[in-house]
Design a protein around this ligand. Structure first.
Ligand code: TPP
Ligand code: SF4
Length: 346
């Protein structure tokens, strides 16, 4: 049940979701004896990945105005280290531009060229840049978008879809914080059902967003481009491998959809970002997969799926959900996951 136009004037648009109770994620449950071996291996991989990326220069200024605990900022910093200096970056309006990356007081926040397209033409502008380099015989430049979900799934979708269909050789990374965060937490096309946002409030007549979110990585896979993947900054080694694969593609677009926890917009403690991102994967809400030349593959197997309530309780954006709604959500997660497993068997 959504809020109809005209009814909105009576709705409370406060920044705290009505009825929200503060919730804390319990870290301790993670470190059971049974899981220790698994954690040890995972930590080893993370340490190795960290060693690898810190060998090269950090291309993002240490001082920027991202919120504490921003998943997208961690992802952007890592992305630039992997892409290296031969990279041109486009960041459309949104948080990652807004934190000072595209320019602040006469200087850019990156050590590589970065430009600020409109919210709706990122892929088209990048396609032109890539073609111009190719014409000069330069095929060694990574031409990369780092765009929010609004700039990707809504405003920029026509230009992204067109560029994918034409086979433009660009890397498009969407950091999905599931709302228009930079302008104050408004719902976007990828905002999941029942989420609290400023424009999908909780109150009489509204239980948050009434529609399902767009499944952007699947939509991009349906374009038949050479490489599509989901990734999550809480699983950095997996992301790094996927980014390297995306850089190898020469015959079309690579698209990576990044889960991006946002403590400010989702309302969870800033020090819990990595953990919240892990729960998203461990509940199968956000499975890690890739589709290489049409072949789907899970890149991280979850051995014991956690209940979706572990996730909904970790942030205030879902604090209003009833037990029935949580079990409906569990059903949606399970059926999406089954569909993905089937695709991986094809
Ligand atoms: C055509 C257009 N409409 C609206 C805006 C205002 N605007 C600037 S940033 C932004 C939010 C972008 O959201 P998203 O792409 O999800 O990135 P985030 O802020 O979450 O990082 C909007 C709506 C704009 N720049 N251009
Ligand atoms: S609002 Fe969210 S996405 Fe934007 S900078 Fe802050 S934490 Fe990051």
């Amino acid at each position: 049940m959504g809020v109809k136009d005209g009814e909105r004037d009576n709705v409370n648009f406060s920044t705290i979701p009505k009825g929200a109770k503060p919730t804390l994620v319990k870290d301790d449950s993670f470190f059971t004896k049974k899981r220790f071996g698994f954690i040890f291996n995972e930590e080893k991989q993370i340490k190795e990945a960290y060693k690898e990326i810190t060998k090269v220069e950090d291309m993002l200024s240490p001082g920027n105005s991202a919120c504490l605990g921003c998943h997208a900022e961690l992802a952007l910093r890592t992305t630039l280290r992997i892409l290296g200096p031969n990279t041109i970056l486009a960041i459309p309006p949104g948080c990652m531009g807004g934190i000072g990356v595209v320019g602040f007081q006469g200087g850019a926040g990156t050590k590589i060229p970065v430009f600020f397209p409109l919210l709706d033409n990122t892929a088209a502008m990048l396609a032109g840049i890539k073609r111009a380099y190719r014409r000069q015989g330069r095929d060694d430049i990574n031409v990369v978008a780092f765009a929010g979900d609004g700039g990707t799934a809504d405003a920029g979708f026509q230009s992204l879809s067109g560029a994918a269909e034409r086979g433009e050789n660009i890397i498009y990374i969407c950091y999905d914080n599931e709302a228009y965060m930079n302008t104050g937490v408004q719902r976007s096309g990828t905002t999941p059902k029942w989420s609290w946002t400023q424009t999908t409030p909780i109150g009489d007549g509204s239980r948050g967003k009434s529609q399902k979110g767009k499944d952007m990585p699947m939509i991009m896979a349906q374009h038949g481009i050479p490489y599509v993947a989901t990734a999550n900054p809480s699983f950095l080694p997996d992301y790094i491998e996927k980014l390297k694969k995306a850089m190898q593609v020469k015959n079309g677009m690579s698209y990576i959809h990044l889960y991006s926890g946002c403590p400010t917009g989702w309302k969870f403690p800033t020090e819990k970002t990595i953990e919240v991102g892990k729960i998203a994967v461990e509940t199968n809400l956000y499975p890690l997969w890739e589709c290489e030349n049409g072949k789907f593959k899970l890149t991280h197997k979850v051995w014991k799926r956690r209940p979706i309530s572990d996730y909904t309780q970790s942030m205030q954006k879902y604090a209003h959900l009833s037990p029935e709604e949580i079990s409906e959500l569990q059903g949606i997660v399970d059926s999406n996951y089954k569909r993905l497993e089937k695709l991986c068997k094809l």
